[in-house]
Design a binder for this molecule. Sequence first.
Ligand SMILES: [Mn+2]
Length: 241
Amino acid sequence: MASAPAILAPYVLIRRRAYNYRGVDLRILAVSDFHGQPNANENLLKFLERGYDCVLLIGDLTNFGPMSAAEDLLNRVKAVGAPTLAVPGNCDPKQILEVLDKHGVNLHARCVELGGISFVGLGGSNLTPFNTPFELQETEIQEELEKLARAAGDSMVLVTHAPPFDTRVDLISAGSHVGSKSIRQFIEQRQPLVAICAHVHEARNTDKLGRTLIVNPGPVSRGFAAEIEVASGVSAKLLGP
Ligand SMILES: [Mn+2]
């Protein structure tokens, strides 16, 4: 189990104190699907001006590379100063994990504690017809999530690039559901506070599986993001241009 870099702790404490009078414990910005679009980083920086306790980058930070695109993105986010956690998407080459590690933001196959919340992360996607660089078998997804959940506390936030199967957030325009059955099963069984995903650009939406709120912010390349507040309850707002 990885722990949050020590340098993040004082920042989180200050922000939590500042928000406590409103009863909000953690205010999260979720963004995904940059895909090498020149405006994606600018869109993210605009959202960051709103001020967040934590930034989640939920994959496809590049469009099949290059790694310099991920470096550039992470340097710009770091300059803003909010604690950041990231998972790769299926369109990110696997070398991106080294870049995420180097910047201390890697949440792939990890459980990271931040502001009293256990963030459980898994990047890539279930299999696609396109043979993209970062795909996992459903059995791998299932085993990995079960392993990670053993390290997680009661307040869990699930962060996966792939959405849960057969929901409002995994429906492609051709009309079929393409999400991961293992991710859906994990959410049904473990009931995290919120499950944040990406990958299906046209399925920008929220949904519920039992008590778990599901959020697909939509691609930041098109100016979309999501704001999630975790306190005694959980709420999400889809942000757009
Ligand atoms: Mn994707």
